[in-house]
Design a protein. Structure first.
Length: 451
C-alpha cells in the first residue's frame, strides 16, 4: 500500500533534510518533488495543486522558533495537510435509531462489493452486532449464490427469499429488499446489509433502482465500494454515485495491490464523501476502518504502530506471551514446543511483510520496511514443518535429536538435514541468549535490592 508514493516522498524529505535552513528555494524544490510524487500516484490534479499551495503558504509563513528543525516543521505541515485532505477524523459508522439499520452496498461489478459485504458483516459481528445479509442482484444468479457462500463462511444470517419465474427487474429487487428488512427484524438482527446489483459501468437503470431502494429502505449508510487499483476511475464513479444518490461513505478495496494510492487521497476532496473502510486482501479479516492520521503516517514512512498494536491486542494471547517470556528467561529455557507456539502466534498477526511495513522507515527501524520485500514467508512454514516432524519428546528436549533423528525429521518435513541443523543451532543460540538475559536481570535485581 502506497509504497511508490512513500518512496518518492522519502526522497523529497531526504533532500530537504540535507539543507541546514529552509529557504523559499529549497521548499519549492521539495514541493516540486512532492507534487510529482502525488501525480504519479494518480492523485487528482486539482487536489494536488490545492494541497501543494496550502503547504507552500504554511511552510513559508511558519514561525521558526520551535523545538523542531525547519525541515521537521515542513514535514509536520505536510502531515497535517494530508490528514486534513483525508477528512481528519475517522468517519463514524451510522446506525438507525430504530433497528434494523440498513446498509446499502453499491459499486461496479468486480469492485469487490460482495467480498466487502461479507467483511463488513464480520467486522460488525466482532463489534457485537447481529447482521443479516441479502443480495438483491437478481440479474446475476451467481451473485446471489456468491453472497450465500460468503454468509455461510462467516456464519451470518442470510435472507434468500423466493424468486418466481414471472418476476424480474426492479419490482423483484424491491420486494426482496422489503421482505429482508422485515425478516431481519423478526430474527432480531439489528443490521441488514444489502448487496445490490453491480454493473460494468454506471447506467441510468442502475441509478434508478438504487434510488428506489433508498426510498424504500431508508438506509443509515450507503457505501460505495470502489476498486483502488482503478485510480481516477474509482474516484469518478464514486462521484457519479454521490451526485446522484448521496452516498455516506466509500470503501476502497484492493489497497493491498500495487495500487498507486491516489484514489484514497482524492476521493474525499473530489466527491465530498469520506473513505470509511479499506480492503487489504481477499480474506474476510483483510478489512479495516480508514483512520486518516494512521494512513498518512504510513504514507509518510512513519509506520502505523497504532494499527499493529491493535491487531496484536486482538489476535494475540497475552497470557501465552507472558508465560513464554517467563519460561524463556528462567533456568530451563523454552522448548521447541514453546517456540512453535510463538511462531503460530506471530503468524496470526499477518504476513511478516505486512508487519514490517507497519514499522517506521526512519530511526532505529530504518531499512526494515525495505527488507519486507525480501522476506521469504515460506521460511516460516518450513521451520514449522521441521518442528512438526519431531516427536513430542524431541520437542521438549532438543538434546536427544541425534544425526539419525535429524535425517528422519528432514525427510518427514520435506526439508534437508542442513535446514534442520540450522534451525537447531539458531534455537540453541536464542535459548541461551534469553537465559542470559534472565540471569543478568536476576543479578541486577539482587544488586539493586542489596543497596
Ligand atoms: P463484486 O463483483 O463487486 O461483488 O466483486 P467480488 O466481491 O466478487 O470481488 C471481485 C474480486 O476481487 C474477487 O476475486 C475478490 O477476492 C477480490 N477482492 C475483493 N476485495 C479485495 C481486496 O481488498 N484485496 C484483494 N487483493 N482482492 C480483493
Amino acid at each position: 500500500m502506497f509504497e511508490n508514493l512513500q518512496e518518492k516522498l522519502q526522497r523529497a524529505f531526504k533532500n530537504l533534510r540535507g539543507q541546514g535552513t529552509v529557504s523559499e528555494e529549497n521548499i519549492s524544490e521539495a514541493l516540486r518533488e512532492i507534487r510529482l510524487a502525488l501525480l504519479e500516484s494518480d492523485v487528482n490534479l486539482n487536489v494536488t495543486k490545492d494541497l501543494i499551495e496550502h503547504i507552500r503558504e504554511k511552510a513559508l509563513g511558519q514561525q521558526v522558533a520551535t523545538a523542531l528543525s525547519p525541515t521537521e516543521q515542513v514535514i509536520k505541515i505536510i502531515h497535517g495537510e494530508l490528514v486534513e485532505l483525508l477528512g481528519r477524523d475517522t468517519a463514524r459508522f451510522k446506525f438507525a435509531s430504530q433497528p434494523p439499520s440498513v446498509i446499502l452496498m453499491a459499486g461496479l461489478q468486480g469492485s469487490g462489493k460482495t467480498t466487502t459485504t461479507g467483511k463488513l458483516a464480520q467486522w460488525l459481528k466482532k463489534g457485537g452486532h447481529r447482521p443479516m445479509l441479502v443480495s438483491v442482484d437478481v440479474y446475476r444468479p451467481a451473485a446471489r449464490e456468491q453472497l450465500a457462500v460468503v454468509a455461510k463462511s462467516i456464519g451470518t444470517q442470510l435472507y434468500t427469499g423466493n424468486v418466481g419465474a414471472d418476476e424480474a427487474g426492479t419490482p423483484l429487487v424491491l420486494r426482496l429488499a422489503k421482505e429482508a428488512k422485515r425478516d431481519a427484524a423478526n430474527f432480531g438482527c439489528d443490521i441488514l446489509l444489502v448487496d445490490t446489483a453491480g454493473r460494468l459501468g454506471i447506467d441510468e437503470e442502475l441509478m434508478g433502482e438504487m434510488s428506489e431502494l433508498k426510498k424504500l429502505l431508508n438506509p443509515s449508510e450507503i457505501l460505495f465500494v470502489a476498486d483502488a487499483m482503478t485510480g481516477q476511475d474509482a474516484v469518478n464513479s464514486a462521484k457519479a454515485f454521490h451526485d446522484r444518490l448521496g452516498i455516506t461513505g466509500v470503501v476502497l478495496t484492493k489497497m493491498d495491490g500495487d495500487a498507486r494510492g491516489g484514489a484514497a487521497l482524492s476521493i474525499r476532496q473530489v466527491t465530498g464523501a469520506p473513505v470509511k473502510f479499506i480492503g487489504t486482501g481477499e480474506k474476510p479479516d483483510a478489512f479495516e476502518p480508514f483512520h486518516p492520521d494512521r494512513i498518512v503516517s504510513r504514507i509518510m514512512g512513519m509506520g502505523d504502530i497504532a494499527t499493529l498494536l491493535e491487531r496484536a491486542e486482538e489476535k494475540l494471547d497475552r497470557g501465552k506471551a507472558e508465560a513464554f517470556a517467563k519460561k524463556a528467561l528462567a533456568g530451563d529455557g523454552f522448548s521447541l514446543e514453546d517456540f512453535r507456539d510463538q511462531l503460530r502466534q506471530i503468524k496470526k498477526l499477518g504476513s511478516m511483510q505486512s508487519i514490517l511495513k507497519m514499522l517506521p522507515s526512519v530511526g532505529p527501524f530504518q531499512g526494515l520496511q525495505q527488507a519486507a520485500g525480501q522476506v521469504d514467508e515460506s521460511q516460516f512454514t518450513r521451520v514449522e514443518a521441521i518442528i512438526n516432524s519431531m516427536t513430542a519428546k524431541e520437542r521438549l528436549n532438543h538434546e536427544i535429536i541425534s544425526g539419525s533423528r535429524r535425517k528422519r525429521i528432514a525427510a518427514g518435513s520435506g526439508t534437508s538435514v542442513q535446514e534442520v541443523n540450522n534451525l537447531l543451532r539458531q534455537y540453541a543460540q536464542m535459548r541461551k541468549m534469553f537465559k542470559g538475559m534472565g540471569a543478568g536481570g536476576g543479578k541486577m535485581q539482587r544488586r539493586l535490592m542489596s543497596q
